[in-house]
Ligand binder design. Structure first.
Ligand code: PEP
Length: 252
C-alpha cells in the first residue's frame, strides 16, 4: 500500500517572519494529531536552512523546488544536487510547468537533473500535465504520454524507482479550477499503466503519483480518495498552516 504524500510548493512566496509563524502553527497542530501521510515543504532556496532547522525532529521533510542540470562550476545563480545533499535534503521538484514555460526547460535537461539527483540519493518529484488547449483538443493523454516517454522512459529502472510523479494539469495550477476526481483518476491510472508497460507492474504499483492543481482543504478528500491518487503537490493552499494541515488531515 502506498503511503500518501502531501507536498507544499511555496514557489516564490513567504518571508522569514511568515515562515516562523507557519512552522510554529503547523507544529502545534501536528503534535495533537496522527497524520496518515508523509509531509514535505519545498520553499525558495534561501529559506531551506531556516525551514530545516524549524522542522528538525518533526515529521515534516524539506525539499527544493529546482536543481541545476550541471554538477558544479561556472553556472552563476545555480544550485547543484550535491549542495542539496550537503544541507541534508532528500527531495526536489523537477520540471514544474512554470519552469518549463518561463525557463524553457527541455526533456534532456530534466533527465540530467534527475540523474544528478539520483547520484545524490535525492528523490525527484517529476511534474507533467497538459495545457488547456491540449485538453480542449482532447490531446491530454497524448501530451502526458509524450512527456513521460521522452524523460522517464529514457531513464534506467533504478532511477525511475526513486521518482514520484506529479500530474499537474496546467489549466488547474493557481486557477482555482480543479480537475474532477474522475479526470484526475483516469490520468493517474493512465500514467501508472505507462510506467507498468515500460518498467513492470511492481514498479508501477510502487510509484507515487500526486495530483496538483488548485488542491484545497475542501477538495483534497475526494481527490485523495481515488485509487491511483497518492496525495498532492499543493501550491497556494500550502502557504497557510491551517489549510495545509487540513489537506494533510484529509489523507485517510
Ligand atoms: C503547484 O504549484 O504545483 C500548484 C499545483 O499550485 P496550486 O495548488 O496553487 O494550483
Amino acid at each position: 500500500m502506498r503511503k500518501k504524500l502531501v507536498a507544499g510548493n511555496w514557489k516564490m512566496n513567504q518571508n522569514s517572519i511568515g515562515i516562523s509563524e507557519f512552522a510554529s502553527k503547523l507544529l502545534t497542530k501536528l503534535q495533537n494529531s496522527q497524520p496518515n501521510s508523509d509531509i514535505l515543504i519545498c520553499p525558495p532556496f534561501v529559506y531551506l536552512p531556516q525551514l530545516t532547522a524549524l522542522f528538525e525532529g518533526s515529521s515534516v521533510q524539506i525539499g527544493a523546488q529546482n536543481v541545476s542540470n550541471n554538477s558544479k562550476g561556472a553556472f552563476t545563480g545555480e544550485v547543484s544536487a550535491a549542495m542539496l545533499t550537503d544541507i541534508g535534503l532528500r527531495w526536489c521538484i523537477v520540471g514544474h510547468s512554470e519552469r518549463r514555460k518561463f525557463n524553457h526547460e527541455t526533456d534532456e535537461e530534466l533527465i540530467q537533473k534527475m540523474e544528478l539527483l539520483f547520484a545524490e540519493k535525492i528523490n525527484p518529484i517529476f511534474c507533467c500535465g497538459e495545457t488547456l488547449p491540449d485538453r480542449n483538443a482532447e490531446k491530454h493523454f497524448e501530451i502526458v504520454q509524450q512527456q513521460i516517454e521522452s524523460t522517464l522512459c529514457a531513464m534506467t529502472t533504478n532511477i525511475v524507482e526513486t521518482i514520484t510523479i506529479a500530474y499537474e494539469p496546467v489549466w488547474a495550477i493557481g486557477t482555482g479550477v480543479t480537475a474532477s476526481k474522475e479526470q484526475a483518476q483516469e490520468m493517474h491510472a493512465f500514467i501508472r499503466d505507462l510506467i507498468g508497460k515500460q518498467f513492470g507492474d511492481s514498479i508501477a504499483q510502487n510509484t507515487h503519483i500526486l495530483y496538483g492543481g488548485s488542491v484545497t482543504a475542501e477538495n483534497a478528500q475526494e481527490l485523495f480518495s481515488m485509487p491511483d491518487i497518492d496525495g498532492g503537490l499543493v501550491g497556494g493552499a500550502s502557504l497557510k498552516a491551517d489549510s495545509f494541515f487540513q489537506i494533510i488531515n484529509n489523507c485517510k
